[in-house]
Unconditional design. Structure first.
Ligand code: CP3
Length: 371
C-alpha cells in the first residue's frame, strides 16, 4: 500500500532502478556525511549493539558487568560486530559508553542492574573537581583504541564510528550521581558555583580531545558527540555550559592534521532553537531526534550539513504497516537533496523485536531517494 503511493520516488521505480551489478556500498555513510550524492540512503542505528539482541544478552549474562564488557577489547569487538553480522548496516559504532571517561578521571562508576549508571561519590564540590585526573585519563581508556583496532580488521571497509559524550551530558551524570529526572543537582551547582561546573567541563573537554584523537589514530572514520541532556538548558545556559565545551573540542580536532578531515556528527537532543550556532560549530553532521520534521530541519540548516535520523525508536514496536509508513515518511520528509543518513531519533530500546530492525533496513533501501 505505502509503496504504491510513493513508488514514483522509490528506488525501485523505473526512473531510478538499482544497477543489477553488485556495487561497493562501503562508503555510502561517509559520502552522505559529506553531502555527496548517493544511490541509496545509508542506515545505521544508535545502540545497534545492545540488549534487544539475544546474542548480546547471552554474552552479557556471561560477564560480571557491563564495564567488564567494554574494557575487554576482544569482547567489545565481538559485540560491535553483532549487529553487522545480523543486518546490512552501512556503519558500525564502537561498543563502549560515554561515561567511562568519568571513571578514567577518577570518579568510581558502576552500572547496576535495573538502575543504570551510578557515580559514587558524586561530584558536589570544587575540591572534588580539582582532584579529577586529566594527564593520564585518556590513556586509561586505551582499551577502546585496542577494540577499535580489532574491529577495523574485521569490518572490511564498513566505516567505524568513534564517540564521546558532550562534557555537559557526562557532567550531568557525575554531579547527579546517575540518571536524573529533573537535573536539579547539576543546575543548582551551576547557578551557585558556575566556576565549579566550568572547571569540570574544561577538564572533561581536555580529556575528551585526547580521547577522540586516540580513537581516530586507532582507525575510526567518523566521530559522534552525544549531547543527550543539553536540551534541558535554556538557550542562554546551553551556550555557556554545553555548546562552549563542544566548540572547544571541535576546534581542537579541526586544528590537528591527524583529525581535521574526520567528519563529526553532533547529537544535540531536543535543542532545536539554536540551529545557526550548531551549524557554526563547523561539524559535518547533526543527529536529530524524532520531535521535529527532517524537512523543516533541512530548511533551517541549509544544504551543507548532513542530517542523521530521525525515526522515533518506539516505532520499532509498531505494527509492520505503521513502521513501513513512518520509514517512508522520514525519507520523504528529508527529500531528494544529498546528506541524509537514516537512523533513529535516540537509542534502540531493549524490548525491540530484532525482526523489526530487519524490516526497517529493508524499507530504508526500498524508499531511498537517489540523491
Ligand atoms: O550505539 C552503540 O551500539 C554503541 C554503544 C553505546 C552505549 N552507550 C552502550 C550501552 C553508546 C553510543 C552509548 C552512549 C550513551 N551512554 C549515552 C548517549 C546516548 C543516549 O543513549 O542518550 C548515554 C546518555 C549513556 C549513559 C548510559 N549507558 C546509560 C544512561 C545507561 C543505562 C541505561 C540503559 O540503556 O541501560 C547505559 C548503559 C549502556 N550503554 C548499555 C549499553 C548497551 C546497557 C548496559 C547493559 O548491557 O546492561
Amino acid at each position: 500500500m505505502v509503496k504504491d503511493t510513493l513508488s514514483t520516488t522509490s528506488n525501485s521505480s523505473n526512473t531510478h532502478p538499482f544497477t543489477p551489478v553488485e556495487k561497493d556500498t562501503s562508503s555510502l555513510f561517509l559520502q552522505a556525511l559529506k553531502c555527496q550524492p548517493v544511490e541509496r540512503t545509508p542506515v545505521w542505528l544508535m545502540r545497534q549493539a545492545g540488549r534487544y539482541m539475544p546474542e548480546y544478552r547471552k554474552l552479557r549474562s556471561q560477564v560480571k558487568d557491563f564495564i567488564v564488557l567494554c574494557q575487554n577489547p576482544e569482547l567489545a569487538c565481538e559485540v560491535t560486530m553483532m549487529p553487522l553480522r545480523r543486518y546490512r548496516l552501512d556503519a558500525a559504532i564502537i561498543f563502549s559508553d560515554i561515561l567511562l571517561i568519568g571513571q578514567a578521571m577518577g570518579l568510581p562508576l558502576s552500572f547496576q542492574e535495573g538502575e543504570g549508571p551510578v557515580f559514587a561519590p558524586r561530584i558536589e564540590s570544587l575540591k572534588q573537581v580539582e582532584q579529577l585526573e586529566t594527564n593520564e585519563a585518556a590513556d586509561k581508556l586505551s582499551f577502546v583504541s585496542d577494540a577499535i583496532k580489532l574491529v577495523v580488521k574485521e569490518l572490511n571497509n564498513i566505516p567505524l564510528i568513534g564517540f564521546c559524550g558532550s562534557p555537559w551530558t557526562v557532567a550531568t551524570y557525575m554531579v547527579e550521581g546517575g540518571t536524573s529526572k529533573d537535573f536539579s543537582k547539576i543546575k543548582t551547582l551551576a547557578w551557585q558555583q558556575p566556576e565549579t561546573v566550568e572547571l569540570l567541563l574544561d577538564k572533561l573537554s581536555e580529556t575528551t580531545i585526547k580521547y577522540l584523537k586516540a580513537q581516530v589514530k586507532a582507525g575510526v572514520k567518523a566521530l559522534m558527540i552525544f549531547d543527550t541532556w543539553g536540551g534541558i538548558l535554556s538557550d542562554h545556559a546551553y551556550k555557556r555550559f554545553s555548546l562552549a565545551a563542544v566548540q572547544k573540542i571541535v576546534k581542537a580536532l579541526k586544528a590537528d592534521e591527524a583529525t581535521k578531515s574526520t567528519p563529526i556528527i553532533f547529537f544535540a537532543k531536543g535543542k532545536y532553537t539554536l540551529f545557526s550556532d550548531l551549524v557554526a560549530l563547523g561539524i559535518e553532521g547533526l543527529s536529530i531526534d524524532w520531535t521535529v520534521d527532517l524537512g523543516w530541519v533541512r530548511e533551517q540548516v541549509g544544504q551543507k550539513i548532513a542530517l542523521q535520523g530521525n525515526l522515533d525508536p518506539t516505532l520499532l514496536m509498531a505494527t509492520p504497516d505503521m513502521l513501513q509508513q513512518e520509514v517512508a515518511r522520514v525519507i520523504q520528509s528529508h527529500g531528494k537533496q544529498p546528506g541524509h543518513i537514516f537512523n533513529l531519533g535516540h537509542g534502540i530500546l531493549p524490548q525491540t523485536p530484532p525482526e523489526q530492525v530487519e524490516r526497517l533496513i529493508e524499507w530504508v533501501e526500498m524508499y531511498s531517494l537517489r540523491t
